[in-house]
Design a protein around this ligand. Structure first.
Ligand code: EPU
Length: 346
């Protein structure tokens, strides 16, 4: 365990916002996590868990102990007739892990290539892209309960995955005591990569690639290359232009609400869901409200994708939050829909 004081966090958050951690603790092993838990309990200290920092907005220096999870390691645990079961430490970089699994000959995560962040953060958000969500490839994870010091393992059902959501985003509440936000520190995640491998190609932009290239049966590496290429054209590279990916979730509405919006805006981008509800493209809602390229201070709406807010250099968390609130108000006034932010504001 490495403890540092007054640590600049600019390189620890993908928005590139300037802020400091009063105390930053680097957790490199399970024993580090157990030791930190004891210290937090004994001294009654507040904490905040930091993975790859790709889903946070820092609005000032962080007084609570910042627990930076840097647990490494990746291995094949099982190779059965049905699946490859692969495990990675929470501190592994997500994209590097995806790249490595493919290089080993274990396909299945290719649609999730180039998503910024760490392996440990992937189940929290139930990351998803190009027709695949983490929950489709999830086996189980190990974590420590920071309030009790107990180690525990959760399977997919216990993680309560939903669209960009899981048990790790909810505080404990009510009778069932569900909710592990602020309590769980994820140590390791295991993935189930099913055999035989089947491509996931339902997403419009992947269908376009098939039409363009004439490759009707792409292999996993080909899909990985396509996904990386699509992302690079549409989404800003956080190393060049700070951002946290999509800033809002795509909202879901009832068929009646959707019909009402279509009556006013026939071009609204919408997708029917298996449960009968309809998902709307938040990027489109923001775009038609005229937000593309608009700024508040140094925070801006990305020109090529209105769902992404970017740091044009020197943006503060306050500017990002002010811009996000103005977007919410404008979309609400026009469509009656309150957009829900994806990143956590600290
Ligand atoms: N659109 C516009 N204007 C815009 C942006 C989008 O009209 O400025 C329209 C597009 O025409 C398109 C539709 O909105 O028809 C959807 O856009 P896109 O395909 O880019 O996907 P998205 O819904 O904006 C989601 C995820 C992304 C993920 C992509 C691909 C959410 C909140 N975002 O974006 O995830 O990469 O689909 O699967 O679900 C992330 O979560 O950080 C993220 C980048």
């Amino acid at each position: 365990m490495i403890v540092e004081q007054n640590v600049p966090l600019q390189t620890c958050n993908s928005f590139g916002i300037v802020a400091k951690a009063h105390t930053l603790v680097r957790i490199c092993t399970q024993d580090d996590a157990l030791a930190v838990q004891k210290e937090l309990q004994a001294q009654g200290l507040g904490h905040c868990v930091l993975g790859g920092g790709s889903n946070i907005v820092l609005t000032g220096d962080v007084k609570a102990r910042v627990l930076k999870v840097e647990i490494k390691g990746r291995q094949l645990l099982q190779d059965t007739a049905k699946a490859w079961i692969v495990e990675a430490g929470a501190g592994e970089n997500w994209h590097d892990f995806v790249t490595w699994t493919l290089a080993q000959g274990w396909p299945g995560l290719e649609n999730l290539a180039l998503i910024p962040g760490s392996v440990g953060a992937s189940p929290v958000q139930n990351i998803g892209a190009y027709g695949l969500e983490l929950q489709d490839r999830f086996e189980s994870l190990d974590a420590i309960d920071l309030s009790t010091g107990k180690l525990f393992t959760l399977n997919a059902a216990q993680c309560a995955f939903a669209y960009r959501d899981s048990i790790f985003k909810h505080r404990s509440s009510g009778e069932n005591g569900l909710g592990l936000a602020g309590r769980a520190l994820i140590l390791r995640v295991r993935f189930n990569l099913p055999k035989p491998w089947r491509p996931v190609l339902g997403y419009l932009e992947l269908e376009r690639k098939i039409a363009e290239t004439g490759i009707a049966q792409p292999h996993a590496q080909q899909i990985y290359d396509w996904v990386c290429a699509i992302r690079r054209t549409k989404l800003p590279d956080p190393a060049v232009l700070g951002n946290a990916g999509s800033f809002f979730k795509n909202p879901t509405v009832t068929p009646e609400q959707c019909a009402d919006i279509i009556a006013r805006d026939p071009n609204v981008v919408h997708y029917p869901m298996p449960d009968g509800n309809i998902k709307l493209a938040a990027g489109w809602l923001i775009d038609v409200c005229g937000w593309r390229g608009k700024t508040v201070g140094n925070a801006a709406v990305y020109e090529k994708q209105a769902l992404v807010l970017v740091n044009r250099g020197g943006a503060t968390g306050g500017e990002v939050v002010t811009l996000a609130k103005a977007i919410q108000t404008s979309v609400y006034e026009r469509f009656g829909i309150l957009l829900e932010p994806e990143p956590v504001v600290i």
